[in-house]
Design a protein around this ligand. Structure first.
Ligand code: C6P
Length: 422
């Protein structure tokens, strides 16, 4: 829940009040140092007090396994776990909460689909269409599947501007792929893809569509019914929720037809020594004891974001992206990768600073309490497309403001001084 002091105007987020809700942002990381500018939310977001307190409350007051006990603690844990599922379903406008499966993260969600749906539906000679911009989590599971089944992967090209080449998508769709899987928002370039249009074209070609929503669900309103996709995978820890929380949404008829991903407790209807039958969805895909507290914590994160309003979250980040563009543009020798405009791009900036190694950039910024990510961002093929091995990346969220961007720009000035380019 957003704290009572977090008052939002009709359009703008009150960032000072939001920051006050995040204990990590209010500590002294280095004695006497300036505030922490956390610019790595694309990797994992910080957590508001309401989420931390929800976890604390679960472990202190009603920690118990779910769907098993007939005692009060277990009943409360079960009720709250299922309530969290409903919160998540409403958040993405899923037709039914039963279509939302709790997993650990986006990676697990995609692997679930690759193993379960993939092995049933992708056969020798079939084509699976991905894009060259995918995170390894939406690439490696399909490589494994293709190798096992004798299928072929084809990749939508990128334009020089860092967008997907939809004409090339059309060409690949003439091969009637079984699946089209793509990320809604690129974690490395910040490009927001036209997921509705890509899905529409893929469906016309008869493909099943999986959207990797790891970088979209936390930052913009996402509605699975308007997207028209078949699967949506996302991570709770990138949207203010606990580590180890994530969701796979799938169309009910697909989930019902799919075999289990893992076998064990909770996912069965009847077990005989000679064989077993499966529980209904979502239990069929939640084998073993789930991360009960984390799922309930994700529900609290969804409540927090819903109270802020995802339209306003998106507008806030759009404003930050515009400001970051302008300010980063003032830094000599800085090249921003990806779209060179704020339209159709998220508040994620990958950049190179002359020939200073991204790890050096990140280390100097860290000495000033500015946390950014440096590396290949789990997108090695994309980095090769950029002709680089690594970039520095600053990504923004609800608790960031212009001051964070000003500090980043000043910090980059210091990097240039240290490396003798200023
Ligand atoms: N990207 C980043 O710093 P997991 O790790 O399973 O929660 O999320 C995987 C994943 C899948 N798709 C996209 C588009 C992603 O951005 C990520 C996670 C982080 O960019 C960690 S590498």
């Amino acid at each position: 829940m957003v704290s009572s002091t977090t008052r939002q105007t009709a359009t703008d987020l009150d960032v000072a009040a939001i920051r006050a809700d995040f204990p990590v942002l209010n500590q002294e990381v280095r004695p006497g140092a300036e505030r922490l500018s956390f610019l790595d939310s694309a990797a994992s977001s910080q957590k508001p007090a309401s989420v931390i307190e929800t976890l604390d409350d679960y472990y202190r007051r009603y920690n118990a396994n779910i769907h098993r006990g007939v005692y009060q603690l277990s009943e409360e844990a079960t009720q709250r776990y299922e309530a969290a599922r409903h919160l998540v379903a409403d958040f993405i406008n899923a037709p039914s909460a039963r279509e939302c499966i709790f997993v650990r993260n986006t990676t697990e969600a995609i692997n679930l689909v690759a193993h379960s749906w993939g092995r049933r539906n992708v056969n020798a000679g079939d084509v699976v269409v991905l894009t060259v911009m995918e995170h390894h989590s939406n690439l490696v599971p399909w490589q494994l599947l293709a190798e096992e089944q004798g299928a072929e992967l084809a990749f939508v090209r990128m334009t020089p501007e860092g967008r997907l080449d939809l004409d090339h998508l059309d060409t690949l769709l003439t091969r009637e792929p079984k699946l089209v899987a793509f990320s809604h928002v690129s974690n490395a370039l910040g490009t927001i893809h036209d997921a509705v249009e890509i899905t529409r074209r893929a469906k016309v070609a008869g493909a099943t569509v999986l959207i990797d929503g790891a970088q979209s669900v936390p930052h913009l309103p996402v509605d699975v019914q308007s997207l028209g996709c078949d699967f949506l995978a996302f991570s709770g820890h990138k949207m203010l929720g606990p580590m180890g929380s994530g969701v796979l949404w799938g169309r009910r008829e697909l989930l019902e037809a799919m075999p289990p991903f893992m076998g064990g407790g909770s996912m069965i209807r009847k077990v005989e020594l000679s064989g077993s039958t499966w529980a209904d969805v979502p239990a069929k895909f939640e084998a073993g004891t789930p991360a009960v507290g984390d799922a309930i914590g994700l529900g609290a994160a969804v409540e927090y974001l819903s109270e802020l309003g995802m339209d306003r979250v998106q507008a806030h980040e759009h404003g930050l992206a515009g400001y970051a563009f302008a300010r980063l543009g003032e830094v000599p020798e800085l090249t921003i990768h990806g779209p060179k405009m704020t339209e159709g791009r998220a508040a994620v900036f990958s950049f190179s600073l002359g020939d200073v190694h991204p790890h050096d950039v990140a280390a100097i910024l860290d000495s000033e309490n500015i946390a950014v990510r440096a590396g290949h961002h789990c997108c090695q093929p994309l980095m090769r497309e950029l002709g680089d091995v690594a970039t520095t990346r600053a990504s923004f969220y609800v608790y960031n403001d212009h001051d964070d961007i000003n500090r980043l720009v000043a910090g980059l000035g210091r990097v240039r001084q240290i490396f003798g380019s200023a």
